[in-house]
Structures are given as C-alpha cells and as structure tokens.
Design a protein around this ligand. Structure first.
Ligand code: SAM
Ligand code: DTB
Ligand code: SF4
Length: 334
C-alpha cells in the first residue's frame, strides 16, 4: 500500500443550500481542486451532494456474468482475458441462452436489480453470436431487471438493435486518462472508445463508463479521467470505479494495491462532479474491509457488484455482503 503526501487545496465551505446544479462545463482546475481537498472534507462534501440527490440508504446490487471468456485479441495490460497475457484462465465460448436466463433468474432471486453480461470481444460483429446476445437481452429484460452489456466496440446500428432488444445500459470504460491510455492498451485508441460511447448515447441506451485506478497512473491521470467523464455532453448514468485486481501473468501483476484513500478520492470526486450518476464501487472490494467500504458509501458510492465472482476474478462472499449491507442499514429496495 502506498501513502502519498499531497499538496492540499483549501477546502471549499460546504453548503447545505439547494442541490447543486448538474454541470458539464467543469474546468480541469475545478476537478483538480475537488480531488485534492483534504480527504475528510472531500468525503463530507461528497456525502452532502449525495444526500441532495439520492436516498443514502439505497445501494444497488448488480450481478455480472461472463458470457464469453478469454481469448480476447485486445492487449489491455490489466486484463486476464487478453490473449496477449499468459494467465491461467479457462477460455469459454459464448454461453447458450438457457445458461444465461438461469443465471439471471438466480441473480434476481438473490436481490440483484441489474444483470450485466460481459464478453471478451474487441468489438461486436454482425453474426450469429450477436443475434444470440440480442436474444439474451430480450430474455433478461422480461425478468423485469435492468439489463446491461459490455461487449467491446459498437457501431450505431448495433447500438440501435440492442436498444430495441430492451438493453438498459452499456458498459464501456475509458479506463484511464487519454495521456496514459497507450501505456495500458495499444490495440485501440481513446477516440475509438469515445466513438462507441457516442453510439450508445445516440441510441438512447444509458451509458455506464468509468475506469480503473492502481495501474501506475498519476493523480493527474485520475483527475483527467474524471474531467473527461464529467464534461461529456451528458454524464454517464453510471460510473464504475475499479481498483486494479492484479492478476498473475498480466503486465500489471506486481502493481501495489490501491489504498482506501485513493478510492475515496475517486468516488467522492465522481459524486461531486456527476451528482446524478450511480457511482459503482466495482472491482477490488474483495480486499476492502467493511469499514473501508462504508467510507466509500458515505462518499457517494451507491452501487456494487454482488455474487461470488466479478467476470473472472473473485468478489466478496455473497453472504458477507448481505451481512455488511444489513449492518450498515443499506438496501437495494427504495
Ligand atoms: N471486452 C469488453 C471491454 O473491454 O469493454 C468488456 C469486458 S472488460 C473485462 C470490462 C472492464 O473490466 C474493462 O473495461 C476494465 O475496466 C475492467 N477490468 C478488466 N480487468 C480488470 C482488472 N484486472 N481489474 C480491474 N478492472 C478490470
Ligand atoms: C466494470 O467497470 N467493472 C466490471 C464491469 N464493469 C464489467 C468488470 C470488472 C472485471 C474485473 C476483472 C475480472 O473479474 O475479470
Ligand atoms: Fe478484451 Fe475487454 Fe479484457 Fe480488453 S478489457 S482484453 S477488450 S476483455
């Protein structure tokens, strides 16, 4: 774990006045100033904004399912599923429809209100596999759950078909700053990512877009990432904040673990700059105590992935999560 000594901004006074307006014109200096606020003031300000816009007792539970695992042509340095990385992952072809509907029903019975299907693809192709994914979306939508997919790059027509099938949201992360991006991925560009986000937005599907910390990026890169997200024409409806899960066989396997203070800065800055978004405390919870996670909820995180696995790596035990949420008085029911 690393401890960074930073130059703090002077904490801006926190007002209990009317809810802060939703802005997409944040300057980079404003975002940096928020991010560098002394951490307890930052959490306090974020908690205040959170309470102006959200029920603080509500934390959404989402369940992830990897519908196609491994053998991905992209070279994302963090990812166990990249064929460029020598990880001990078992590859799995695209699941069949029944397996997916069964998993979605189980997730719903376990209390999830959102089901997210992930495929280790560079991009969606117009083939039978995509037709099967469209069927999966139709079936999960019938269960009266939010349906999300993360399938790589999408063109406008594919986005339209997913919308028509009943997709609620599409997850496509910017992952890091534009500057740091080519240290992490070389097989696609930041612009490619932004293009897909535009196609998703124009189709009327909600945008789920965030990033990963702990990949060797600087505070400046983290500020740049939040600045980019918070100045999109419309904010993403959900912003996943992932702590790198270092996986043996990936170039980032030896990265030091991120500390809770770093997670708090990201979550709180996302909460303050994108007040209406669902901020999702995503990968990395398995290494966090309930106390650390409680601070993240205080700072404005209002969604988590539950279930024993994320896509391919472990997530906290389902029953432990239930106990934690009950202890904190948090619930998926409004
Ligand atoms: N292939 C699609 C794509 O890249 O958009 C979808 C699946 S991909 C696994 C979804 C997201 O998982 C990535 O954008 C990344 O942010 C996150 N992710 C992957 N491996 C991770 C790791 N080791 N630690 C934290 N987050 C990770
Ligand atoms: C996101 O931002 N985090 C989730 C979800 N979107 C798809 C995925 C995390 C994956 C962590 C590594 C793994 O389990 O393979
Ligand atoms: Fe493939 Fe997505 Fe993993 Fe990158 S993050 S290697 S695109 S599965």
């Amino acid at each position: 774990m690393t401890t960074t000594v930073r130059e703090h901004s002077t904490a801006a006074p926190c007002s209990k006045a009317a809810p802060q307006e939703v802005r997409t014109d944040w300057t980079r200096e404003e975002v940096a100033r928020i991010y560098n606020t002394p951490v307890l003031d930052l959490v306090y300000q974020a908690a205040t904004v959170h309470r102006q816009h959200h029920d603080p007792q509500y934390v959404q539970q989402c369940t992830l399912l990897s519908i196609k695992t491994g053998a991905c042509p992209e070279d994302c340095s963090y990812c166990p599923q990249s064929s460029h990385n020598k990880t001990e992952l078992k590859r799995e072809p695209l699941l069949n429809l029944d397996a997916v509907t069964t998993a979605a029903k189980m997730a719903k019975d376990a209390g999830s209100s959102r089901f997210c299907m992930g495929a280790a693809w560079r991009e969606v192709q117009n083939n039978e596999s995509f037709d099967r994914v469209l069927d999966m979306v139709r079936e999960v939508a019938k269960l009266d759950m939010e349906v999300c997919c993360t399938l790589g790059m999408l063109d406008a027509n594919q986005a339209k078909q997913l919308k028509e099938a009943g997709l609620t949201a599409y997850n496509h992360n910017l992952d890091t700053s534009e500057n740091y991006y080519d240290k992490i991925i070389t097989t696609r560009t930041y612009q490619d990512r932004l293009e897909t986000l535009k196609n998703v937005r124009n189709s009327g599907i909600d945008v789920c877009c965030g990033g990963i910390i702990g990949m060797g990026e600087s505070d400046e890169d983290r500020i740049d990432l939040i600045h980019t997200l918070a100045t999109l024409d419309e904010h993403p409806e959900s912003v996943p904040v992932n702590a790198l899960v270092p996986v043996a066989g990936t170039p980032l396997e030896s990265q030091p673990l991120v500390s809770v203070w770093e997670m708090l800065r990201m979550i709180a800055t996302a909460r303050i700059t994108m007040p209406l978004a669902r901020v999702r405390l995503s990968a990395g919870r398995v290494r966090m105590s309930a106390t650390e996670q409680a601070l993240c909820f205080l700072a404005g995180a209002n969604s988590i992935f539950t279930g024993d696995k994320l896509l391919t790596t472990p997530n906290p035990d389902f029953n432990e999560d239930k106990e934690m949420l009950a202890m904190l008085g948090l619930s998926d029911k409004i």
